[in-house]
Design a protein around this ligand. Structure first.
Ligand SMILES: [Fe+2]
Length: 570
């Protein structure tokens, strides 16, 4: 079966879920938050659309749900960008990489939620992190005055700054700050990106940034990884800008076979003034990846799980005139979604020694069934990241109806059509950290369903007063639960697994009381319940409005900006 139509046709809404099978445990708590692009249909490629934030409460009877029900709450994120767009949509022109406008390109913040110390942020690759209220889910502020970021990445000095960044900044538990990136386009022989590391200590409205000396690369920095002493950056490799396509031509750029990795010592960065270049230590990994996760404890080397995206090209999306690899027209509901994986994917764990340059592969898994490696669940507590035990990964299975012939032609010679011609089940799989040995897996045999981002929920969070606020009683990823959402045209559901044995199947399942369907969502994250907004100094939209920026607008546009500034400052 093709992927669910309701991935694009369902609307985000508030509803309540109920247990329809199994027993919901009493030692689970907190919230799971999700990011999603709102898929308005206004863009040719939906993953660039404005962001929403969704929260599932793991404790029944909270956040407005009746005693035995679980609250599902969804909100559009009302950023300055979204407010300006809503006030004057005609000023925004759609392109294959989102909107452009005289105000600048909007910050869609639609990719990943980032809970951090009682605060909640959302992120994407082409904008600053955005803070939302953990209780009401309303927009609060953007992170870091654009001037402290060193100015916009491109498009000049616009009211809405363009900051090409990372969808996965990482919070540093020892230094109490956030590490992320900024990319700036440069023209050398070809079009490339010059990366910088960005640091925000969350005390004020300024960030610091340090360029990586002499580094230019063709992709993006989707993930930022860290150990106690090191930052790990990598060319995500699965999304490459195609200037020809942006100018209206066909896409000709393809993803590579490997990707550069850069290691930088955190204290080397923090010791130098903002804007001062730093030379990274360079490695290479194969295949390219979107996500990678390092063990925080680096005393025995820098050990990193690389979730490979072997032939997953996120620059490719499905157009109305596309046919799939079997010659069938693309379903209308799939138009504007990404082209799915064109081969099975490889997961590896690799140890880097920055002193000797030595790289040791500790484990690898690539099988016929490891296709459409989607997202993963792990224990994000400091204790869990320091000594991880289990890594849970969702594979959506092969979906040939979501691979266009155009994509197969572009990848001729690299794609093996026999490998992707049949649908295969999805899986929730558990790997041992260190060896990447498959511990167990659970099969999602119904190929009309689509498993999406799983989340690890530790058992008995907060029960140990000496532990970090996200830690359960036995950190690492084995003691707790995996929350597994499943998209289906027959109604959305949430399967809950014992993290120690996902192979045994769900121990409980939730469904909407009216069999509600839920559209496409991207990343998820777990967090302890927090309903109040932490007191902090925050950036205001009006803080960045200069006479020069406003002078580039006409009178009507200036009136829109003034109104949005008044709304937000009020
Ligand atoms: Fe991601």
């Amino acid at each position: 079966m093709p992927t669910p139509d309701t991935s694009t046709t369902a609307q985000h809404q508030d509803f309540d879920l109920e247990v329809v099978s199994g027993a919901w445990p009493t030692d689970i708590s907190g919230e799971v938050v999700f990011s999603a692009p709102l898929l308005s249909g206004g863009l040719p490629y939906g993953i660039f659309d404005f962001g929403g934030i969704i929260r599932l409460s793991l404790t029944p009877g909270t956040h407005g749900a009746p005693e035995d029900r679980f609250a599902w709450r969804a909100r559009a994120i009302e950023t300055p960008s979204k407010r300006v767009f809503d006030a004057m949509p005609a000023a925004f022109s759609p392109s294959p990489v989102g909107y452009t406008s005289p105000f600048g390109p909007p910050n869609s913040s639609n990719t990943a939620p980032l809970p951090w110390g009682g605060r909640l942020f959302t992120t994407w690759d082409a904008g600053r992190p955005v803070e939302v209220h953990p209780g009401t889910l309303e927009y609060v502020a953007e992170v870091g005055h654009v001037d402290s970021w060193g100015g916009s990445s491109m498009y000049g000095d616009t009211v809405l700054p363009f900051l090409f960044s990372s969808a996965h900044p990482v919070a540093d538990p020892d230094r109490d700050g956030l590490w992320t990136t900024k990319l700036e386009p440069v023209m050398t022989d070809t079009f490339g990106m010059a990366p910088s590391v960005v640091w925000w200590d969350r005390k004020g409205t300024e960030v610091k940034w340090w360029p990586l000396e002499d580094i230019v690369f063709p992709g993006s920095t989707h993930t930022v990884g860290q150990t106690r002493d090191w930052l790990i950056l990598c060319d995500s490799g699965n999304f490459r800008a195609d200037v020809g396509e942006m100018l209206g031509g066909e896409r000709t750029v393809t993803v590579g076979h490997d990707a550069p990795v850069w290691l930088v010592r955190k204290d080397d960065l923090l010791a130098r003034p903002s804007g001062t270049p730093v030379a990274p230590i360079c490695f290479t990994v194969a295949p390219p990846n979107g996500h990678f996760y390092a063990r925080y404890d680096d005393r025995d080397g820098i050990s990193v799980v690389w979730e490979g995206m072997d032939l997953m090209d996120l620059g490719l999306y499905l157009r109305p005139d596309d046919v799939d690899i079997h010659g069938n027209p693309i379903k209308p509901a799939d138009v504007g979604l990404y082209n799915m994986a064109m081969s099975p994917e490889t997961i590896t764990e690799i140890v880097f020694d920055p002193d000797t340059g030595r790289v040791v592969e500790r484990g690898r898994c690539r099988e016929d069934w490891t296709i459409n490696l989607q997202l993963s669940a792990m224990d994000w507590s400091t204790e869990g990241m320091s000594a991880p035990t289990l890594h849970h990964v969702v594979y959506q299975g092969c979906r040939p109806s979501r691979i266009s012939r155009r994509a197969a032609t572009l990848y001729e010679g690299r794609i093996d059509l026999a490998e992707v011609s049949e649908e295969t089940p999805g899986y929730l799989a558990t790997f041992e950290r260190g060896s990447m040995e498959l511990r167990c897996r659970y099969e999602y045999a119904d190929t009309s369903e689509l498993v999406t981002s799983p989340t690890f929920a530790p058992r008995n969070v907060g029960s140990d007063a000496d532990a970090s606020s996200y830690a359960g009683s036995h950190p690492g990823g084995h003691d707790g639960y995996v929350v597994q959402p499943v998209l289906s045209d027959n109604g959305f559901r949430v399967d809950l697994f014992d993290a120690a044995d996902v192979g045994a199947g769900p121990i409980a399942t939730l469904r909407g009381t009216q069999q509600q369907c839920v559209p496409l969502m991207l990343h998820s994250a777990g967090m302890p319940t927090a309903d109040a907004l932490v007191d902090a100094e925050r950036l205001r939209f009006s803080d960045e409005l200069t006479p020069e920026k406003l002078a580039a607008l006409d009178d009507d546009q200036r009136r829109v900006v003034a109104r949005v500034a008044e709304e937000l400052d009020g």
